[in-house]
Design a protein around this ligand. Structure first.
Ligand SMILES: Cc1cc2nc3c(=O)[nH]c(=O)nc-3n(C[C@H](O)[C@H](O)[C@H](O)COP(=O)(O)O)c2cc1C
Length: 194
């Protein structure tokens, strides 16, 4: 087993979504290694309800043109300076990966598959964090755009549920406190019997 720097607990608690990257490279092989481990996520019926489209290294540089087209509204009308600024959210990251799930016609299976893929995505985020790589799960509107789906080769009956950005970072974002457990747990108790 690879050496692990963080305990599971520390990884879960310390991980933050990174929205500001520093442009340092992340190799495709690092992401491949993360995926090899992340796919051990629980999934009902062992349907493995996920596939990925990954743009990394030089391919990510090329993919920035696609992100410009779909991710920056009216990009052709912007000044170079404004366009560069708006592209910053993409250019500072080092790779982008799209997680695609089947949309089962049966609602129960569809929900299970979405839930399973979500646990797998969290595995990716935690494994990346353990390697010092930041991620952010993003759901920009264009992931449902038919033209964008076409560029990625997404088939009818499939859905992109996440654009995951990967990159290194200099600063840890502020932690957003969670709703305290005592506010959300109901301790069930049996009615006392006479
Ligand atoms: C399903 C899902 C969709 C998300 N979509 C976006 C998004 O479109 N843009 C974004 O900046 N962050 C997105 N996030 C990240 C959340 O904003 C982030 O998890 C939240 O602010 C808590 O921060 P933390 O992950 O650092 O604890 C998404 C997270 C999830 C789970």
């Amino acid at each position: 087993m690879d050496e692990q720097a963080l305990s599971v607990r520390d990884a879960i608690i310390s991980r933050r979504s990174i929205k500001s990257f520093n442009g340092q490279p992340v190799e495709q092989s690092e992401i491949d290694d993360i995926l090899e481990d992340a796919i051990w996520a629980p999934n009902h019926g062992n349907r493995n309800p996920w596939r990925f489209v990954l743009a990394a290294e030089d391919n990510y540089e090329q993919f920035l043109e696609v992100l410009r087209e779909f991710g920056v509204p009216k990009w052709k009308e912007l000044s170079d300076e404004t366009l560069e600024k708006q592209m910053g959210k993409f250019t500072s990251a080092s790779a982008a990966m799209f997680v695609i799930v089947p949309e089962d016609a049966r609602q129960k299976q569809r929900l299970e598959d979405f839930a399973a893929a979500s646990t797998m995505i969290q595995n990716i985020q935690l494994l990346a964090w353990d390697k010092g790589i930041g991620t952010c799960w993003k759901t920009p509107g264009f992931i449902d755009d038919p033209k964008f789906r076409n560029v990625l080769g997404v088939q009818p009956g499939e859905r992109i549920i996440s654009m995951l950005q990967f990159g290194h970072f200099d600063e840890l974002p502020k932690t957003k406190p969670r709703t305290p457990v005592e506010d959300i747990v109901t301790y069930w108790q049996a009615e006392p019997t006479e």
